[in-house]
Design a protein around this ligand. Structure first.
Ligand code: HEM
Length: 391
């Protein structure tokens, strides 16, 4: 009796494997899919590539399979693009087609099935949320308030934030969004705004500690342009090209969202002559675009001068598709307008007032990175010496 059951189970298993192979063969015939490692039925490429899809592993795969390749992660297609041309196609030229976001059970829980903004599909809800979320943050008035808040370390008022929250609550009262949407906006800001900015500041400090000559040059610029001890404020950042270059170089070498936030095509699409089945997850390997020696001179070096010399036309706003720390196009980061001044002011203030040094007995900080699919941050937090300057 038991043997019969075993026989039936084995037969059932065999038939499902044959069926899965037949289906994947049929699919393969219908679509001209991008190249990639050969998937096995049911598991796809899980067993070959594992689940550590960080920017470096994906770069190795791009070197093997090309600027566009496909991984089958279980039932989901994952398409990875690794050239400025293809990044432009995904983010700009076909920005609507590839402008949605993937979802899974975990995101559904955190976003109430896409009621937020960062992870919602491209459409009316996203448009509304983006407008409500970005308008209050990015009016000039609020930037000035934020600046004055940062300038007077005795925290003035929380007015900037209050205005923003008021605006969002107004939208709720007018019935444009519901209470859940408000909560998800706040949650999005927590994730998208605070962590990314903090990680970038930490990377910037670490690089300045490890490159004392760059730190000196930056301090010299601040002292010369503003006068020793005159605290930097937001409008000053425009007059400080070396400070801007330090910020850009930090965001290039230590890109905190190295694969952008995954994009998705709602419908079947075409990319680089290949078919991209509907609901594929699309990753843009922005870290590799900004660290590929084919595009940059000695990219592994922390050298802010590159942004004043050979790359002087490259901005952080996505004007050049080899440098996309904030993405580009419709789903690009609306927070860039806050993040850049915050980084400039924070790093500027520190360097104006202190010498940033490694701990005694240590010549360099450990800048090993911890990279995942969504983030790139420093592996070990270090303690540094902060030596006040005497003016
Ligand atoms: C150094 C700081 C920051 C970095 C490096 C950064 C980077 C990014 C990147 C790479 C994306 C995804 C772009 C794409 O998928 O194509 C993104 C999206 C987003 N960021 Fe930022 N960000 C930063 C700070 C902020 C701040 C301060 C805010 C808000 C105040 C913010 C709000 C958002 C939102 C709402 C999205 C989703 C946009 C959408 O899906 O339409 N970010 N950010």
């Amino acid at each position: 009796m038991d043997l019969l059951l075993l026989e039936k189970t084995l037969l059932g298993l065999f038939l499902s494997v044959v069926l899965a192979i037949a289906i994947s063969k049929l699919r393969g015939k219908r679509f001209k899919l991008p190249p990639g490692p050969l998937p096995v039925p049911i598991f796809g490429n899980w067993l070959q590539v594992g689940d550590d899809l960080n920017h470096r592993n994906l770069t190795d795969l791009a070197k093997k399979f090309g600027d566009i390749f496909l991984l089958r992660m279980g039932q989901r297609n994952l398409v990875v693009v690794s050239s400025p041309e293809l990044a432009k196609e995904v983010l700009h030229t076909q920005g609507v087609e590839f402008g949605s976001r993937t979802r899974n059970v975990v995101f559904d829980i955190f976003t109430g099935k896409g009621q937020d903004m960062v992870f919602t599909v491209y459409g009316e809800h996203w448009r509304k949320m983006r407008r409500i979320m970005t308008v209050p943050f990015f009016t000039n008035k609020n930037l000035r308030l934020l600046e004055s808040k940062l300038a007077n370390t005795k925290s003035t008022t929380n007015e900037g934030l209050k205005c923003a929250i008021d605006h969002i609550l107004d939208a709720q009262q007018k019935g444009e969004i519901n209470e859940d949407n408000v909560l998800y906006i706040v949650e999005n800001i927590n994730v998208a705004a605070i962590e990314t900015t903090l990680w970038s500041i930490e990377w910037g400090i670490a690089e300045l500690v490890n490159h004392p000559e760059i730190q000196r040059k930056l301090r010299n610029e601040l002292d010369t342009v503003l006068g020793p001890g005159v605290p930097i404020t937001e409008p000053d950042t425009q007059k400080l090209p070396y400070l801007q270059a330090v910020v850009k170089e930090t965001l290039r070498l230590r890109m905190t969202i190295p694969l952008l936030v995954p994009h998705m095509n709602l419908h079947d699409a075409k990319l680089a002559g290949y078919d991209i089945p509907a609901e594929s997850k699309i990753l843009v390997n922005a870290w590799w675009l900004a660290n590929n020696p084919a595009n940059w001179k000695n990219p592994e070096e922390f050298r802010p001068e590159r942004f004043l010399e050979e790359e002087s036309k490259v901005e952080a706003n996505g004007n050049d598709f080899k440098y996309l720390p904030f993405g580009a196009g419709r789903r690009s980061c609306p927070g860039i307008i806050l993040a850049l001044p915050i980084l400039g002011i924070t790093i500027g203030r520190l360097v104006q007032n202190f010498e940033l040094l490694p701990p005694p007995g240590q010549s360099k900080l450990d800048t090993s990175e911890k990279g995942g699919q969504f983030s790139l941050h420093i592996l070990k937090h270090s303690t540094i010496v902060v030596k006040p300057r005497v003016f």
